[in-house]
Design a protein. Structure first.
Length: 255
């Protein structure tokens, strides 16, 4: 049984993966700012999963939450950084405040969690896994998502520098394509607050450039992939980057 922390586990894919890992037999701490939602996720997960209050943007909160999870479980084998936000806005309209909000969570928050987790993971040759997005490394840029994708590209480079400075700890960027998540609070929250009018203008470009196929990743299959990465903690492999995208649809048969 691996001892796993999932940061950003109150809703969306972080919640789905955290709950799913506990249901697959791992001991899981679910960290989030929205503690009541994380507690509900822990109750759903079972297997002694528990919630810890954590604001990843606040370095003291991040450190205290990681330390609490490690103390409760007797150490850490894997930490999953799922906390993130996205903004849909054209770059010419993006405000400094929007940039700061996204960079605070997606880059500084990721760094705070990493700083807090690495000392624990050195003791177990453990792994850190980071949720990333196709537009940061796999596809070309997506119009309207520049602020978000630039922040995730910065996070990807941040992870590379941590890997260079912390041999013995595993660092894996997991690039994830379109996945709706689970049901209720486990549904992906990413696009809920997007500008619908702007999305209508740019979505055609996304499809035309092949950024989206119209298919989606099944959340249980995605969780299985994370489970494999969790189980690799302490092993002989280094897995710098994994890309998981929906399988393209079968072409229509010729009539």
């Amino acid at each position: 049984m691996k001892r796993v922390v999932v940061v950003g586990a109150s809703s969306g894919l972080g919640r789905s993966v955290g709950v799913g890992l506990a249901q697959r037999g791992e001991r899981v701490a679910l960290l989030a700012r929205r503690t009541e939602m994380a507690e509900a996720a822990a109750a759903e997960a079972g297997n002694d999963a528990f919630a810890v209050a954590c604001d990843a943007v606040d370095a003291e909160s991040a450190c205290a939450a990681i330390d609490q999870a490690a103390e409760t479980m007797g150490g850490l084998d894997c930490v999953i950084q799922a906390a993130a936000i996205g903004k849909m806005v054209m770059l010419e309209d993006a405000t400094p405040e929007q940039w700061r909000d996204v960079l605070d969570i997606n880059v500084i928050g990721a760094n705070n969690i990493t700083q807090a987790a690495v000392p624990h993971l050195r003791e177990t040759n453990g792994n850190l896994l980071y949720f990333s997005t196709t537009g940061a490394s796999y596809t070309g840029p997506w119009a309207g998502l520049g602020v978000y994708q630039v922040s995730k590209a910065a996070m990807n480079h941040l992870v590379g520098h941590w890997r260079a400075e912390s041999p013995g700890v595993g660092f894996t960027v997991v690039t994830i394509g379109e996945c709706p998540g689970g049901e209720g609070d486990a549904q992906s929250q990413f696009a809920l607050e997007f500008d619908r009018e702007l999305m209508g203008k740019v979505a055609g470009d996304w499809f035309a450039k092949g950024h989206m196929s119209g298919n989606f990743i099944d959340i249980e299959e995605l969780t299985d992939q994370f489970h494999g990465l969790v189980r690799s903690s302490g092993g002989s492999m280094s897995i710098p980057h994994v890309t998981i995208i929906p399988r393209p649809p079968q072409p229509a048969a010729d009539e």
